[in-house]
Design a protein around this ligand. Structure first.
Ligand code: HEM
Length: 179
């Protein structure tokens, strides 16, 4: 299956927009975490943490899934394939890992972050160590920057499936890099 050029460009536009939205939301998360951990007053810190807990995870997941869905269409319906070129296959793995982390690691922690924010706004101690919040934006922004580099430079060539004879006569397909 090959997309006609106009349809391919439309899907590619959506793919780039969803990736850009995802990166933008990650930058917002980095700002909210920075203010939440070291803002000038307890009220400001609490407000940033509550905004982080309330508004960020769903748009982030939506943009990540949109990036994944448009990427899957581009991979399946163009010459690139999903596991035909290393740069696409690696981006696919990174996108899946990040989506999984959003669902299993980031989202479940948000109620606690919101509670800590509300406590700070009420002049109380947050009651929990929030330093772990540095990791989600750091990991995600690094990974997305790397995915953007892969998309632009398209390194490492094709994944080729090479047949290797086993002693019993059965052959085994192994991926290898070709320039
Ligand atoms: C992880 C986040 C991702 C980011 C930041 C990202 C970013 C980009 C960017 C900026 C381009 C445009 C490159 C250009 O036109 O030169 C692109 C193209 C592309 N992406 Fe992604 N992408 C991501 C995930 C994925 C996934 C998961 C797949 C496949 C499953 C995928 C498949 C593709 C393909 C096949 C193209 C080339 C489309 C074409 O030129 O026809 N991407 N990506």
């Amino acid at each position: 299956m090959n997309l006609p050029p106009r349809a391919r460009k439309a899907v590619l536009t959506l793919h780039i927009l969803s990736a850009a939205a995802w990166i933008g939301i990650d930058v917002l998360v980095a700002v909210l975490v920075g203010v939440g951990l070291s803002g000038s007053s307890a009220t400001t810190r609490g407000l940033a943490l509550r905004a982080l807990a309330e508004f960020v995870v769903t748009p982030m997941l939506v943009s990540a899934l949109a990036c994944l869905a448009t990427g899957l269409v581009l991979g399946l319906a163009t010459k690139w394939g999903l596991v035909r070129y290393w740069w696409v296959a690696v981006k696919l793995v990174m996108n899946l890992v990040l989506c999984t982390l959003i669902v299993v690691a980031l989202r479940p922690g948000m109620p606690e972050v919101g509670t800590a924010g509300a406590a700070l706004e009420n002049g109380q101690a947050p009651g929990t160590d929030l330093s772990f919040l540095v990791f989600p934006p750091a990991v995600s922004l690094t990974t997305l920057a790397f995915a953007t580099l892969l998309a632009v430079y398209k390194p490492w060539g094709r994944v080729r499936r090479r047949s290797r004879k086993r002693p019993g006569g059965l052959s085994e397909a192994r991926p290898t890099v070709v320039a």
